[in-house]
Design a protein around this ligand. Structure first.
Ligand code: CA
Length: 366
């Protein structure tokens, strides 16, 4: 009894001493406060990106609240602290702690980054996330951004985007020749191979250009965002397939030194808030796309799907674009191989699960 009592006391003593030794630095870390600046490529007031559920404002609020004020992030919109597309460099240099945009905005500097943003003929929301979280995608992202001293996470997703608004129907590949289409990124390179006159216009210039006939067609995002620009009033045909952006990810890129300064619990809060907003932003898009799409159908919009031969020609054009870029850039090739190898395996499952559900069950009960 005595011995047991002694052992018990002893172990309590040891445990208490150990706790005191471990607790001291933890308490100091817990009291340290971090104050960050976030730059973004998005103007104020834009639902999904700047305001509302799953937006960057929501993300910043979650981090501020969950950390009990230990990590507070001040949110600057495009142009408020730095111009829209200079936030990546600002976070990279440490002028600000974090920047949010879509990775493909940095394609000129980091071509491989496009696989973390939107991938023509790539995977859907489920597949892209499976690659990110369980297929080594996020680790590759960190590897690609190491030379830029950044650590990035997905923090939002538009879901599948629309092919865009067209003034005339597209009935064959020949109809693409000379078509003046607003489309950025990798997809623009694919269209150009089929004779499309690719135009790069910022969001605010799309509606007047399409309405006045300066361009014949335009791609933006999906029904909810396209409605904000009023694109349904500038063109009648709304084309789908989403080949160019089957899912589009918002990037939260943190200066690596600032990231490494954070204690583990704050790192976990940031990762979790990003993952939560990735899901909630996507949910916002799904709900609001559905609502806006129905409004379009009720107000004269004609929904169309690109013809099969056009899709085939675009796929072939993109094969060439991918091969050319991979031949020039080993980092692009490494990320591309990881992405499409993962996709090949995932496709078999997706076809058998979601694919069959879409084809056979969606309309089974009306
Ligand atoms: Ca788009």
């Amino acid at each position: 009894m005595k011995r047991r009592s002694f052992m018990k006391k002893g172990s309590v003593g040891v445990a208490a001493t150990a706790a005191a030794t471990i607790a001291a630095p933890a308490v100091i870390a817990a009291e340290k406060k971090f104050s960050w600046k976030l730059t973004t490529a998005f103007p104020p007031g834009v639902p999904f990106y700047s305001t509302g559920p799953g937006s960057l404002a929501d993300l910043v609020k979650r981090i501020n609240v969950m950390s009990g004020g230990r990590l507070t992030i001040k949110h600057y919109h495009a142009g408020e602290l730095v111009p829209a597309f200079e936030g990546f460099d600002a976070a990279s240099s440490g002028a600000v702690e974090v920047n949010a945009w879509v990775s493909y905005f940095g394609a000129g500097k980091v071509p491989a980054a496009q696989f973390f943003g939107a991938v023509p003929f790539g995977m859907s929301f489920q597949g892209q996330n499976a690659w990110f979280y369980n297929g080594g995608g996020i680790d590759l992202w960190h590897e690609v951004y190491k030379p830029y001293n950044l650590v990035a996470f997905p923090c939002g997703n538009t879901g599948i985007q629309m092919t865009g608004w067209f003034k005339k129907e597209i009935k064959s590949v020949a109809d693409l020749k000379g078509l003046r289409l607003r489309i950025p990124g990798l997809a623009g390179k694919g269209y150009a191979k089929l004779g499309v006159d690719v135009k790069l216009l910022p969001g605010g210039e799309i509606f007047p250009a399409l309405e006045r006939g300066v361009i014949d067609a335009a791609e933006w995002v999906g029904p909810a965002q396209d409605k904000i620009l009023g694109l349904n009033k500038a063109a009648k045909y709304y084309y789908t397939t989403g080949w160019h952006e089957p899912t589009t990810v918002t990037e939260f890129a943190i200066n690596k030194n600032k990231w490494e300064e954070l204690p583990d619990d704050l790192k976990m809060i940031v990762r979790n808030a990003c993952a939560a907003c990735n899901i909630e932003a996507h949910s916002w898009s799904e709900a609001n796309n559905a609502k806006a799409f129905e409004e379009f159908l009720n107000t004269g919009t004609e929904a169309r799907t690109l013809p099969d031969d056009v899709i085939k020609a675009l796929a072939k054009a993109m094969d060439e674009v991918y091969s050319e870029l991979a031949a020039k850039d080993p980092v692009f090739k490494k990320v591309m191989d990881s992405y499409f190898t993962f996709k090949k395996t995932h496709d078999k499952w997706a076809r058998m699960s979601e694919g069959v559900w879409h084809a056979k069950l969606r309309n089974a009960r009306g």
